[in-house]
Write a protein of this length. Structure first.
Length: 304
C-alpha cells in the first residue's frame, strides 16, 4: 500500500512522453499555433514541455496571455520573467481594451469579475493573429465540463465548442483537419492530475510564482473562503481585511480566486495538502460556481 511519502516526487514519465508527442503534432499539423499562458502552474508546465519537445531550438509558437487587468502582480512579474528566460515570443492582449471598445461590459455587484470577459478578448486575439490552434493547460480532473474535452478540441468559426461534435481519438491518432475559420484548442496535459503537475514541478525543479507557497497576505473572508484584499473586489462594509498565512492552489483573476490557509513553504508539504484535501483545486474558483453548468456554458461561448 502506497503511503503519502511514496506519492511525493513520483511522476509517471509516460505522461511527459504523451504531452511532448501532442506538442510536436501541433507544430506539424497547424500553421499558426499559440500557447495560451496564464502564468499558472499548468501553463508553466506546458512551457517546460514545449522546451523539451523542440530542444535545442526555441519554442516555435508564441505565448499568448489575455490580461484581465485584475491579475495577481506576482503572476504578471513571473510571466514577463519566464518569457525573457525562455526566449519565447510573448503576446499580451487586454480585457480593458475590449471594454473600452464596447465589446465587453464590466460586471457590477459583489461578485463582479472580469474572468468571463476574457472570452471576448481571446476570440478577437485568435482572429487578429489567425491562430488555427491554441494550446491550453486544462486537465480532465479539474472540472466535469473539461472531462468531456478531446485533446484536439474543434471550435467553429465563431469560436464555440459543441461537445457532440468532438472527434474520436483512437490509438493516439490526432486529427487536426479543420475548415476555413475553425480552430482547435489543444490540451496536452489532459490526462494529468493536479498531483502529477506538482510532482513534475518537483522533479524538474521548476520555478513558479511565489503565491503558490505560503505567505502573509491581507485577505477578507467571503462565503467561508479567504480572498486576497484588492481594490478590484467590491467589498461590503463587514468585509474587513486582516492578515493571514495563505497560499493559492490555482491562479486566476483576483476577483474570482480564493486562497487557502496554509503553512506550506515547500513542494513536499503542498503535495501532502493536496492528498488530504477535501475539495478540488477549482473549489476555490467562484467563477465555476455561478451555476451548475458555468464552465460548460463558458466553453460553448469560446472560453478555452
Amino acid at each position: 500500500m502506497q503511503t503519502i511519502q511514496d506519492k511525493i516526487g513520483h511522476f509517471p514519465r509516460q505522461l511527459e512522453d504523451e504531452s511532448i508527442y501532442i506538442l510536436r503534432e501541433v507544430a506539424a499539423q497547424f500553421e499558426r499555433p499559440a500557447l495560451l499562458f496564464s502564468g499558472g502552474k499548468d501553463s508553466i508546465t506546458l512551457v517546460r514541455l514545449a522546451q523539451k519537445a523542440f530542444f535545442p531550438g526555441k519554442i516555435p509558437f508564441p505565448l499568448v496571455h489575455i490580461d484581465t487587468g485584475h491579475n495577481f502582480p506576482e503572476t504578471i512579474e513571473f510571466r514577463d520573467w519566464l518569457a525573457k528566460e525562455t526566449g519565447a515570443e510573448l503576446i499580451v492582449r487586454y480585457v480593458q481594451d475590449s471594454i473600452n471598445q464596447g465589446k465587453a461590459t464590466e460586471e457590477s455587484g459583489k461578485y463582479a469579475s472580469r474572468n468571463v470577459l476574457q472570452t471576448v478578448t481571446l476570440l478577437d486575439t485568435i482572429e487578429e493573429f489567425k491562430f488555427d490552434a491554441c494550446i491550453g493547460g486544462a486537465r480532465r480532473d479539474e472540472e466535469k465540463a473539461r472531462a468531456k474535452e478531446r485533446i484536439f478540441s474543434v471550435r467553429d468559426d465563431f469560436g464555440q465548442w459543441d461537445a457532440k461534435r468532438q472527434r474520436p481519438e483512437l490509438f493516439d491518432m490526432l486529427n487536426g483537419r479543420i475548415a476555413v475559420g475553425e480552430n482547435v484548442r489543444v490540451f496536452p496535459i489532459s490526462n494529468w492530475t493536479e498531483l502529477d503537475v506538482w510532482n513534475y514541478i518537483k522533479e524538474e525543479k521548476m520555478d513558479i510564482p511565489s503565491i503558490y507557497y505560503s505567505h502573509q497576505r491581507q485577505v477578507i473572508e467571503r462565503d467561508g473562503m479567504l480572498w486576497a484584499d484588492s481594490d478590484y473586489l467590491n467589498k461590503e462594509a463587514d468585509e474587513i481585511p486582516f492578515e493571514a498565512t495563505v497560499r493559492f492552489r490555482t491562479v486566476g483573476d483576483m476577483t474570482c480566486t480564493a486562497a487557502v490557509a496554509s503553512d506550506a513553504i515547500d513542494i513536499d508539504v503542498i503535495i501532502e495538502e493536496i492528498l488530504s484535501a477535501e475539495i478540488s483545486e477549482r473549489g476555490a474558483r467562484i467563477d465555476d460556481k455561478r451555476s451548475e453548468a458555468a464552465m460548460e456554458k463558458r466553453k460553448q461561448q469560446g472560453y478555452f
